[in-house]
Design a protein around this ligand. Structure first.
Ligand code: GLN
Length: 514
């Protein structure tokens, strides 16, 4: 399969995943590895090229993340980005020091278009910078191919050795011609062919799964989210009726979502698999009674989910394989891929769950980014509505209802959220906003309706744009759209008399409320 490969060597930069995504968007497969990875291992992978990411350290400081000189002597093209660029210079005999002027944000760079890295790039091009150190003197052999007002060596190359260094971040979208520059590195310098295509991925994986599973039995926990849906469809195409999907409806889904999942995966849908829907609403509501603390709610929902799933799995009996919708960011964030700190432990990465009796785990999407999962989903013919479904937390509406969860409150937030989504779609904004949803605050306040006093709940509307979900900014929804949503909500949803529009950024607020 993917013989052509680029390695992204991670020095702990915050954009490491973005680097990998950009490379893949250029149809070249790549993987992220920590800078601590053995040189022999890197050699053995025989990559077409290597990209060194940014990082928080100062390369000249003691204990800084580093790499060996030999990395640059293997005849493999290397592109250093920011910290990676500084390190390349440092290791090869240049001089990196604290910059007299730090650069942060969009900065104009003068580039030398005679370099293969910049062949088709404008002479003056806006790039994203974020550095305290700078390259005071390039290493012997290098020639400067980019400058800014404050940075005499914003880019450098050693053409014969195929070494390239840029102080800016081509992977960040604010770098106007960033994708072009990465494309140039991949195709003009590394001589990649561009073999990473999603249709080929789907076909090859289905074939590989079929071979692996043989006549075995496969079990999949379906949440209705994009990842598990795409994984389930791949499995069903590979092994059909040998697959059983268990869908637990915990009563905390968005309006009509349970039925939509059943429509696609159930007996009347296009896939030939065994589908079990467990309507466990009552159980969840019962266990959530009187519980107000967010972490406790999360825990209860998670535990109950496993319990229900386990009961169903026992009815099926021993299976050979368990399918999980793990995707690449889960792997990296769990500290297995790159160098970034463990951001959150994903329950489904690393260890094997012990609640069902099975031999092996299958994670068909383990190497894919979210947008790639979506492309595979479309490739497999999964309805767009499902493929472009917004991210939805596992505990569902349970954490979009602040305070105690009751069936009545679930209904309120479901209705309000459905109205919100409908109006956003009607205004043509549904693909333009990263994530948007309604939440139910625990606040009740006085209102007046039909000349009568009310004392009812307030709904909060959230809308954010985010590239990586680590940071998010408020999306600006036009007032007339918001006004329409607000008036429909108070008119149509019982026991709601007030609507708030949340304009907080992440950080300090999170995207979800609990
Ligand atoms: N820590 C280095 C600096 O401050 C590199 C920063 C980066 O890679 N973004 O210059």
């Amino acid at each position: 399969m993917n013989r052509e490969k680029i390695l992204v060597i991670d020095f702990g930069g915050q954009y490491n995943q973005l680097v990998a995504r950009r490379v893949r968007e250029c149809s070249v497969y790549c993987e992220i590895y920590s800078y601590k990875t053995d040189l022999e291992k890197i050699k053995a992978m025989a990559p077409q090229g290597i990209i060194l990411t940014g990082g928080p350290d100062s390369c000249y400081a003691e204990g800084a993340a580093s790499c060996s000189r030999e990395l640059f002597d293997m005849g493999i093209p290397v592109l250093g980005l920011c910290y990676g660029a500084q390190l390349m210079m440092h290791v090869l005999g240049g001089r990196v020091t604290k910059a007299p002027v730090r650069e942060y944000g969009k900065i104009e760079v003068d580039v030398d278009r005679s370099s293969r890295l910049f062949g088709n790039v404008s002479e003056k091009t806006v790039c994203w910078m974020s550095h305290n150190d700078y390259i005071e003197k390039t290493a012997p052999g290098f020639r400067v191919i980019g400058r800014t007002a404050d940075c005499p060596a914003a880019a450098a190359e050693w053409e014969e050795k195929q070494l390239y260094a840029v102080q800016f971040h081509p992977e960040v979208l604010h770098t106007q011609e960033g994708t072009k520059i990465i494309h140039n590195f991949l195709y003009e310098i590394c001589r990649c062919q561009g073999t990473w295509k999603m249709d080929a991925f789907a076909e090859n994986s289905i074939e590989a799964i079929r071979e692996k599973v043989g006549s075995g039995k496969v079990l999949c926990a379906l949440s209705g989210g994009v990842d598990s849906s795409v994984a389930a469809v791949m499995l069903s195409k590979a092994v059909g009726e040998q697959l059983t999907c268990v869908f637990v409806d915990h009563g905390l889904l968005r309006k009509d979502e349970g039925d939509q999942v059943e429509e696609v995966f159930g007996p009347n849908g296009p896939y030939n698999l065994n589908f079990i829907r467990v309507n466990a609403q009552e159980r969840f509501y019962e266990r959530l009674k009187g519980v107000e603390e967010p972490e406790q709610k999360r825990k209860i929902i998670g535990e109950e989910f496993i319990r229900v799933f386990e009961e169903e799995a026992k009815k099926i009996g021993a299976v050979d394989f368990l399918v999980q919708g793990t995707i690449y960011p889960d792997v990296v964030e769990s500290g297995l891929g790159g160098e970034s700190a463990v951001i959150k432990s994903h329950h489904n990465v690393g260890g094997l769950p012990d609640y069902v009796d099975f031999k092996e785990i299958i994670e068909p999407l383990r190497n894919l980014f979210k947008d790639e999962v979506r492309r595979v989903g479309l490739e497999l013919g999964i309805p767009e509505k499902l493929v472009y479904r917004q991210p939805f937390p596992g505990p569902g509406l349970g954490i979009r209802i602040i305070g105690e969860v009751t069936p009545e409150k679930v209904m309120m937030v479901q209705e309000a959220d459905a109205i919100y989504r409908e109006e956003i779609a009607r205004a043509g904004l549904d693909r333009k906003i990263g994530q948007y949803f309604a939440a139910l605050t625990n606040m009740r306040s006085v209102g007046v309706m039909g000349d009568e006093r009310t004392y009812d709940y307030a709904v909060a509307l959230r809308a954010v744009n985010t590239i990586d979900f680590m940071t998010a900014e408020t999306a600006e929804i036009p007032w007339d759209v918001l006004g329409k949503v607000a008036s429909r909500i108070v008119n149509e949803v019982r026991n709601v008399n007030r609507v708030f529009y949340d304009i907080s950024q992440k950080p300090p607020a999170t995207i979800e409320f609990e």
